[in-house]
Design a protein around this ligand. Structure first.
Ligand code: FAD
Length: 386
């Protein structure tokens, strides 16, 4: 099989890249190791930056998002028992959209299949080779047979645990990692919203986040030991922890409900440089990871493919290679900004195992500065909305 662009991974990065290329008349094949049902049911991100929303809308896959998503014009920082609003829109002129990642996935899969896009689910053992030759290849198992794609370019959009990044010889990549000594316990709850805007809470016992998915479904997180077992958290213990960390002095209450999904996620910062080797380009989580505190992962993936799609379109339409040559440096500039923001939000809002009372006072002083200085609030708001 031959194709201009072979795309490994049908996450937001791979699907959107395939869609953007299709709009410009460029063919691609997307290989995904999981089933359509699995990728459409995996609960992950929920906060879309304005730029992400605009790109989805402009490229014709934003209709349901505009109908079912929720525009938020602020977030709340909560600490020392009080809430403080960061007025995102007033401070930056922009807003965010709360619309779940798996809904974005559904919209993109539908758009690709409606356009007869080549999207292969359930492929196994994808292997990339000849990456620094003019015709890189991907070999894989599909329905009991071995198949091979010969492409002009390969886009490695297969997430942090994918095969694309490790296919680049280690002497051609430099990796930067920070692992945090805590994770997030996340739950999905059948309950009405407890708040009109997301609440980021700092508490002596650790961080908590109140987010939403719909008027009926709420998404809540609290900082936990990454080695903890979900079984050691019966419902009553979860609610007690959330009530404690989110308590205010003004009588705010958290609405409880049936918990129907729960899990623990690890927290990591990671970047690989460069994001290109020969004719393979990495995009999204395959190239970088941020802790979810800044809500940046999905948005970075979208930005990568925005830049990559433009470069590939330039190449296929005019033969110009400047965009492809600049891809890694262009994407990494935004990646490192988001890495810093996500690290900063994480450091300010979580308790670390080696915290001293001195360190805790510094965190409170910084939070107080963010909510009392317009300049500092703008710094947070600008990065948050993207
Ligand atoms: C709990 C949680 C909350 C988050 N909240 C936010 C948020 O609010 N805002 C935000 O912006 N980001 C958030 N993120 C991060 C965001 O979900 C990711 O950054 C985003 O999914 C990255 O998209 P991607 O397409 O690069 O990778 P992925 O979504 O990981 O997609 C990669 C795809 O490749 C497939 N694949 C892997 N290996 C292979 C292989 N060998 N062959 C073929 N296919 C393969 C995988 O099955 C997967 O479908 C959150 C993440 C988590 C876990």
């Amino acid at each position: 099989m031959k194709t201009p662009v072979a795309i490994v991974g049908a996450g937001p990065a791979g699907l959107l890249l395939s869609h953007l290329l299709h709009l410009e008349g460029i063919d691609s094949v997307v290989l995904e190791s999981r089933t359509r049902e699995e990728i459409e049911a995996t609960i992950r991100a929920g906060v879309l930056e304005q730029g992400t929303v605009d790109l989805l809308a402009q490229s014709g896959v934003g209709e349901r998002m505009k109908r079912e998503g929720f525009v938020h014009e602020g977030i709340v920082l909560r600490f020392a028992g009080a809430s403080h609003r960061i007025a995102l829109t007033e401070l930056t002129g922009r807003s965010i959209m709360v619309y779940a990642q798996h809904e974005v996935i559904k919209d993109l899969v539908k758009a690709r299949l409606d356009a007869n896009g080549k999207l292969f689910f359930g492929v196994k053992d994808a292997a990339l080779y000849d990456l620094d030759s003019p015709s890189p290849k991907v070999r894989f198992h599909r329905e009991e047979s071995v198949e091979e794609i010969e492409a002009q370019f390969v886009a490695g959009c297969d997430g942090f645990h994918g095969v694309s990044r490790p296919s680049i010889p280690s002497r051609h990549r430099q990796e930067f990692t920070r692992t945090y000594p805590f994770g997030w316990f996340g739950i999905l709850v059948e309950a009405p919203p407890s708040t009109a805007e997301l609440i980021y809470a700092h508490h002596e016992r650790g961080f908590a986040l109140v987010s939403t998915r719909s008027p009926q479904i709420q998404r809540l997180y609290f900082q936990c030991d990454p080695e903890d077992d979900v079984k050691s958290w019966p419902d009553a213990r979860i609610w007690e922890e959330l009530h404690t960390r989110l308590a205010t002095r003004d009588g705010w209450t958290l609405a409880e409900g049936r918990i129907f999904q729960r899990g623990i996620i690890a927290m990591r910062s990671f970047v690989v440089e460069p994001m290109r080797f020969g004719r393979v380009f990495l995009a999204g989580d395959a190239a970088h990871i941020v802790p979810p505190t800044g809500a940046k992962g999905l948005n970075l993936a979208v930005n990568d493919v925005r830049v990559l799609a433009r470069a590939l379109v330039d190449y296929f339409k005019t033969g110009a290679e400047e965009g492809l040559k600049a891809y890694s440096a262009t994407a990494l500039r935004r990646v490192w900004r988001a890495e810093h923001f996500s690290w900063w939000m994480t450091s300010m809002l979580h308790r670390f195992h080696d915290d001293t009372p001195f360190h805790h006072r510094l965190q409170l002083a910084e939070l107080d500065y963010v909510v009392s200085s317009r300049a500092k609030a703008i710094t947070l708001a600008e990065s948050y909305v993207g």
